[in-house]
Design a binder for this molecule. Structure first.
Ligand code: SF4
Length: 268
């Protein structure tokens, strides 16, 4: 049957109406499975009711493990097979270098250091200037070279060449704050010592309404640790960092293709 122009317009209008109805229906069905209050964003409101659902969706979005943090993050910089203490030392150095630095540039600096033999003994024999030259591509290279040198000396002289495994002891090292200390201990001990909050974790936790701590990153950590189950603390950093590198970007986040677009209170 061949339709005239008028009939075609009639069917087209019907089809558009039906598509709009179907979309509305799908959305309302989806929202009916979400706890009701989460859809209202204001600075006071905390969106924690759907934490488990959001967490699973982020895990799913990160299943390929193909973000820069997966290829170049501090854990990826550790040479395997050199023994536990040698691996721990490289892990600690990678974390010191990684502060306010891009993962790729951290990996490049670590590669240069590993070519020279990145071990406790080697660093203790080197002078600060040589370390600075090797990590020349990273932010705050002067300070970081100093911190690396000091860490190697403390580990050798105070702890008999074994990196301490107590949080309070690590926090006494110059240049090692809570984030580095817990990320180090979480990986070294394969435990959930604390949540490492960096710029990605801080930003995403605030955008999702898990916390309302935009001005204070330390508060983000204490707030997150107050309601997130401990068994998730170790995993959280890597998940959110990659999610922040690929989807919830600092500028122009990809909200329209984000799997959390109906769960996130940020207006789209
Ligand atoms: S919807 Fe946008 S702001 Fe919210 S988590 Fe996704 S990318 Fe980030």
């Amino acid at each position: 049957m061949i339709f005239g122009k008028q009939e075609n317009m009639f069917f087209l209008t019907k089809q558009i109406k039906f598509t709009k109805f179907a979309k509305k229906k799908t959305k309302s069905l989806f929202f009916s499975s979400i706890k009701p209050s989460q859809n209202h964003y204001n600075s006071e409101y905390l969106n924690r009711e759907n934490f488990d659902l959001i967490y699973e969706k982020i895990k799913d979005a990160r299943r390929e493990k193909d973000a820069p943090v997966d290829y170049f993050g501090s854990e990826a910089c550790v040479e395997q097979g050199g023994g536990k203490e040698a691996e721990n030392f490289q892990r600690l150095i990678a974390l010191i270098i990684s502060v306010q630095n891009r993962d790729k540039s951290t990996a490049e600096a670590m590669d240069k250091m590993k070519k020279n033999g990145l071990s406790l003994e080697q660093i203790n024999e080197m002078d600060e200037e040589s370390i600075k030259n090797m990590i020349g591509n990273v932010n705050y290279k002067n300070k970081k070279a100093k911190f690396i040198k000091q860490a190697a000396s403390i580990i050798k002289n105070k702890y008999d060449s074994v990196i301490p495994t107590k949080l309070e002891e690590l926090l006494e090292f110059p240049g090692i704050g809570y984030k580095i200390a817990v990320l180090y201990l979480n990986d070294t001990l394969q435990d959930n010592i604390g949540i490492g909050v960096d710029t990605h974790v801080h930003r995403i936790a605030n955008r999702l309404g898990w916390v309302n701590t935009k001005e204070d990153r330390n508060k983000t950590r204490t707030e997150l640790e107050s309601f997130i189950p401990k068994e998730k603390w170790r995993e959280l950093n890597g998940l959110l960092v990659g999610f922040g590198q690929q989807i919830c970007l600092p500028i122009q986040p990809k909200c329209h293709s984000c799997p959390l677009k109906f769960l996130c209170p940020i207006p789209k």
